[in-house]
Design a protein around this ligand. Sequence first.
Ligand code: WTA
Length: 663
Amino acid sequence: MATDGSDKSVTIEALMNEQRTFAPSNEFTSQANINSPSIYKDGEDYEAFWAAQAENLHWRKKWTQVLDWSNPPFAKWFVDGKLNVTESCLDRHLEKNGDKVAYHFVGEPGDERTVTYRELYEEVCQFANGLASLGVSKGDRVAIYMGMTIELPIALLACARLGAPHSVVFGGFSSDALKDRIIDAEAKVLITCDESRRNGGTIALKSYADAAIADTPSIEKVVVVKRTGAKVEMKEGRDIYYHDLIKDQPKDRPATETDSEDMLYILYTSGTTGKPKGIVHTTAGYLLGASFTHKNIFDIKENDVYWCTADIGWVTGHTYIVYGPLANCTTSVLYEGVPNYPDKDRFWDIVEKYKVTQIYTAPTTIRTFMKWGTEFPKRHDLSSLKVIGTVGEPINPEAWIWYQQNIGGGKTPIVDTWWQTETGHAMIAPLPGITTTKPGSATIPLPGISADIFDEEGMSVPWGGGGYLVLTHPWPGMLRTVFKDPQRFIDTYWSRFSKPEENKWIYFAGDGAKRDTDGYYWLLGRVDDVMNVSGHRISTLEVESALVDHLDVAEAAVVGRNDPITGQAIAAFVTLKGHVVGNEDLINELREHVAEKIGKIARPASIVFTDELPKTRSGKIMRRLLRDISEQRQLGDVTTLANADVVKDIAARAAESASSKED
Ligand code: WTA
């Protein structure tokens, strides 16, 4: 496959030599929600398959057509269907399960709040009434910028109740990032909190939000959830506290009827250009994909206590903390903070206390736990766990085995789930009652989903080979477009391999993958200029633009280099303006500058100053070489390079900066 000369082939050799397999135990299979492989056969007739599954949603009016694919790549699922997703997530559970716990909220400092389905319903209705009183109605966009408190899922659901699409912006993003997203979405209302809590400290979200909305004319009102009680500025006529807004609101509100294809939310994600893309998801297909995959990948049972450790600011939280679990009437844990507060056993303390049955986390977190050592999980009884999951990046077999042995007690199935913001829900993942797993492989496409691996020319690569991961027919939770930019939707995802003249439409995921001789998929990471740092997608261009935005910087190139904990780490190469001298202080200043522009997750791990950047004769920066330099590998082919000497110079400086760090 045409990667970039990095050591992907080495990685894949190691992965492909991974011979261990883990078949589900008879005991597990016999109790599993799905225990017959015939479901894959059913899934081949994918429209019929998803139509049958859609009976599990609550419809106000049934659809007339399962899939309208007459104007590809713009899909319509469940045409003419009417519903409101909150009726599937809340109303329909009230009669039988009103007293069942929806969320056990666990605050980082140790405060807790348990919310039943009825309480959740009532507060969602109150907030929906409150938002309506502020003028929010169907179709209006609402931006949400919060920490992980119980009001966060309530905010999403209150918007959904009104048919007002939400746009959640991760609470770790900067004012600038928030501002760009609000402007693009033209959001009318912003929901935020006074401060969020993280890592024993607080983050001044309201003041970041104030800075952002100084330049966003669309925002009319700001709702502020009190989390810490810190004194924050409240602008008269614009800002209102959440508790004041909902106080006198009725605990009931009829849901606004939406169409299957009305927008449920926008979620911005990094692409190969500097400007984040607003990924658009709609109601019925998305909810179906979320609930089906949640129930069956995690083998959810009535009395389970499920915990997805992601932040609701990312798609994993949308699908697997909010919509999927609630549609399945699941009890979830919602944890606010970091895994090492107050100590490195916080997760395991929570698992033991709530008798968590499924945990869903990220490889980077698992690798961090590995580094901390087994004493922390050993302090706790983790025997309640039945299925343990991972998402966000490839998991190396060593981390997989560690997870299985130390968290799963050597027996629970591991579900490694491959998917994207764009796909809406998991696409390649085991079904734990029937799939034999292999450490490091996300296994095979789920029933009703069809993937393939293509070579450069768009030909399917036979089993045993590698190439580009593609999806070959539409699926219910697929993104419908890029907000306000349908051309970008077509160009980014559907142009690489589709053949419109033959009416063949192929979704290009941007990931490299190999498929072994059993048909198992082994994900290899991005093949484009998107980095994956601790499971967060960050584009090289975004960070480059942030660096170049600094007064002293003339030019910048950014690459993701391999990192044992975070998967990739951001390595930046910076050319300074003539008069400026690069030193340690400037490195720190630049790192902070990027944090301010984008958020702390985008702060480069290393910055090397260089007089020039290696470029091809046509002026394109050769990131492949920079990656080699960052990983201190033998340098790849430099013959197409215009300024070959500069590479040696950069390599020397990079080595110097690496060794000075070790000192
Ligand atoms: C990567 C997160 C390997 C992949 C749900 C994808 C994975 C990007 C896996 C999407 C996995 C996600 N194995 N790689 N199990 N899951 N990825 O949009 O590169 O934040 O394209 O969605 O994460 O990231 P996103």
